[in-house]
Write a protein of this length. Sequence first.
Length: 350
Amino acid sequence: MSPTSYQLLHPALFFVFIPAITPGSLFSKSKMDIVSLNWTAKIKFVSLQSKFILFIFSMGHQAGFVSIIGKPNAGKSTLMNALVGEKMSIITSKAQTTRHRILGIVNNPDYQIVFSDTPGIIKPHYALQESMMHQVEGSIVDADLIMLMTDINEQHDEQDVLEKLEGSLAPLIVLINKIDESDEETVMQKIAYWQEKLQPKAVYAISALHLQDIASFIDTILEYMPEHPPYYEKDALTDRNDRFFASEIIREKIFKSYKKEIPYSTEVIITAFKEDEKIYRISSEIIVERDSQKNILIGPGGAMLKKIGTYARKDMEEFFQHKVFLEMFVKVIPDWRSKKNYLKQFGYED
Ligand SMILES: Nc1nc2c(ncn2[C@@H]2O[C@H](COP(=O)(O)OP(=O)(O)OP(=O)(O)O)[C@@H](O)[C@H]2O)c(=O)[nH]1
Ligand SMILES: [Mg+2]
């Protein structure tokens, strides 16, 4: 989110605009003078006040955006979940699991760090992947700090990732992930490689899956966070709603239960989400591209779909801490991944 859009959301706005509309209420002595100011002067007055109030709000408080980028399957979502301490993003062993930029927010009385988990960087082949790459680009533009995550087993073919970083002025940290699958010598070689290749602010070798010292990780990130008031409410964990998480939970089960083609041809839409006191009633549509995929997804006598439904419902009950009744329907929309009108309808930006 850009600082401009922040100003539209932040409660400080009310403090700024109320005196702007009725300046006399704050400055009774010079009421006549202020009322007679022309509009240009008023705007300048508001702008100065707004800067002053933002300054007061930000004193001693740090806030900023941290973008986690990298190739598919590097472990970006695993890291964000570990840092936020909640399962914000779904994780599977398949590449291109994450399709949206998802914010995970870490709050403390003195700071607010807004992490962006992003889709893995690839060369896009269809409109869905183009939208995924636009989301990565947006997160780079917004970033106060970029964390480039790379898998230690990767063979240095990260050209697509490096191209995305061209022109970015944000400080860069490189994270070499999955060191639990490697040895010390390789780790040292990779650290030297990235240090020389990008001259980042720092290179860290980590295992996102077994992240030990989250507090010192956060301290490191704070070195790059500017003084700024919080961008979101201090109890916010994410920008996404319950419908989004419900659809992601179903998508995760599909990614885990089927081989190559089905997961990538599938989208999940939540068509109804009714929060009754005793039970959440959730209806969903699973979209595939062809009849043959629909048959595979449903399985003989509906067995596969039933399995996915049970598996997803249990996870939802844990996530929402509420009983869930889940309905699933499978629908075919030929080539939906290449059709911009459907992508927009499914929540993918241009
Ligand atoms: N051994 C090991 N596996 C890891 C580590 N971090 C993540 N993984 C595994 O790597 C796979 C991919 O992890 P994700 O967090 O989904 O990766 P991602 O970068 O978000 O992937 P995309 O969303 O596809 O771009 C999963 O099977 C994780 O369990 C790690 O530190 N060590
Ligand atoms: Mg991911």
